[in-house]
Write a protein that binds this ligand. Structure first.
Ligand code: NAD
Length: 410
């Protein structure tokens, strides 16, 4: 995209620490835009309601006007939202993603020098997670034990589908895992395009297809089919490698792989989720873009975030690459234990804002924020979540930290 002039950007402040991090983050983004473009560009922030604040003011956790505002303005940003308990809503985040069909959850994972990390070579971590956002076990089709629907579903499995009833005692609950070809393909297509555009070396399909053959296994097969058919000139797959190996031997397969790498092709491979979680810790440099399903993506996102300083500094976005809708968001929750104390780290939301600026085509402004954050971390100015782990660090409140970033914009 190349968003012109002075766009209106709707934002949800968010619950808990949302109130603490929202305004300081906007100040950082505004300063960077001004630095990059003077008066010719400016974000016009428009608050829209969701979560507790929306419920207090309108009696509705996710008012229609909020959805409409995101539809109208295409791009928006949000703080964390508390999941209402016992209100008939599973999760506001899931509702937003499903209503706007934001099928990709994109989480780039990159390390800032100086930030404490549990891995030995954090500077080698450069991964981009594409998590499918609308399907899988998170689709919200569940039947609870004891309820009539659970009983009906069990009877259906036993009587109509011929499933052995010993496997499902009366007390069974059920969750359905829908995975479609279209849903998988659009996610994997977006991941491959992203890798090609950014000249990244590989796309890893992460799945549990060894166990769940017709859902996660299909995801892998559809991914390979897509790469080999739609992106034949730009990719080389492990499946092609295996086929050459079978027909012509290891040497020829290695040769084809090396030629593909030399030609700058994206290598599309696949790894089983459990192996991936281990590999990504031991050899993070083996993986670049990761395409995976909803539940796997949820786990993977937090593990990889921990490798570069935790959810307090990892950004995210929910995107529909077909119609352009995008909501950028802090990846952490509402952190009720530190809300209002000035201890919240606003980095996740600020870096989500950086992703937003890049998405808008405002790269110069994005670079200003990124460079200034690099400086701030290098000077060991941090909020309390990182302070305890960093020798010689200076402790800052949420707004002091944001001000420091603005000071470090050159
Ligand atoms: P959480 O992310 O809110 O907190 C986990 C831990 O990380 C806490 O110790 C918290 O203090 C710390 N933490 C989180 N963000 C931080 C930040 N920016 N700076 C410093 N420390 C930070 O997870 P939780 O406690 O499991 O969830 C609380 C609520 O948030 C729940 O209602 C949950 O549903 C919701 N939630 C929302 C989102 C979202 O809106 N995207 C994501 C996750 C959880």
């Amino acid at each position: 995209l190349q968003v012109p002039g002075k766009p209106v950007i709707p934002f949800i402040e968010g619950d808990g620490i949302g109130k603490d991090i929202s305004l300081p983050s906007q100040k950082v983004l505004d300063a960077a835009v001004e630095k990059a473009y003077g008066n010719s560009r400016k974000i016009i922030w428009k608050e829209v309601l969701a979560g507790e604040k929306a419920f207090r003011e309108t009696g509705n956790y996710l008012p229609d006007e909020t959805i409409e505002a995101f539809r109208e303005h295409l791009i928006g940003i949000k703080g964390p939202l508390q999941t209402p308990v016992g209100e008939g809503i599973r999760s506001l985040n899931v509702a937003l993603r499903q209503t706007l069909d934001l099928f990709v959850c994109l989480r780039p994972v990159r390390w800032f020098k100086g930030v404490p990390s549990p891995v030995r070579f954090p500077s080698l971590v450069d991964m981009h997670i594409f998590r499918e956002n609308t399907e899988d076990i998170y689709a919200g089709i569940e039947y609870m034990t004891g309820e009539l629907d659970a009983k009906k579903f069990r009877d259906f499995l036993v009587n109509e589908m011929g499933v052995d009833k010993i496997r499902f005692p009366e007390s069974s609950s059920f969750g359905i895992k829908p995975v479609s070809k279209e849903g998988s393909e659009r996610l994997i297509r977006a991941a491959i395009k992203y890798a090609i555009q950014r000249q990244l070396p590989s796309v890893t399909l992460v799945h549990k297809g060894n166990i769940m053959k017709f859902t996660e296994g299909a995801f892998k097969i559809w991914g390979y089919d897509l790469a080999e058919n739609e992106f034949a000139n730009h990719t080389f797959t492990w499946r092609q490698f295996e086929n050459i190996k079978k027909e012509k031997g290891q040497m020829d397969a290695e040769k084809a792989l090396n030629e593909a790498k030399k030609a700058g092709k994206v290598i599309v491979k696949d790894v089983i989720t459990d192996a991936f979680l281990q590999e990504s810790l031991l050899r993070p440099y083996d993986h670049s873009v990761i395409a995976t399903m909803n539940l796997n993506g949820d786990y993977i996102s937090d593990q990889l975030a921990a490798m570069v300083g935790g959810i307090g500094i990892s950004p995210g976005a929910n995107i529909n690459y077909k119609n352009g809708y995008a909501i950028f968001e802090a990846t952490h929750g509402t952190a009720p234990n530190i809300a209002g104390t000035g201890n919240a780290n606003p980095s996740s939301l600020i870096l989500s804002g950086v992703m937003m600026l890049e998405y808008m085509g405002w790269d110069e402004a994005a670079e200003h924020v990124y460079d200034a954050m690099e400086h701030t971390f290098a000077k060991r100015r941090v909020t309390s979540d990182l302070y305890a782990q960093m020798e010689g660090a200076t402790l800052m409140t949420t707004s002091e930290f944001a001000e420091e970033i603005i000071k470090n914009m050159h």
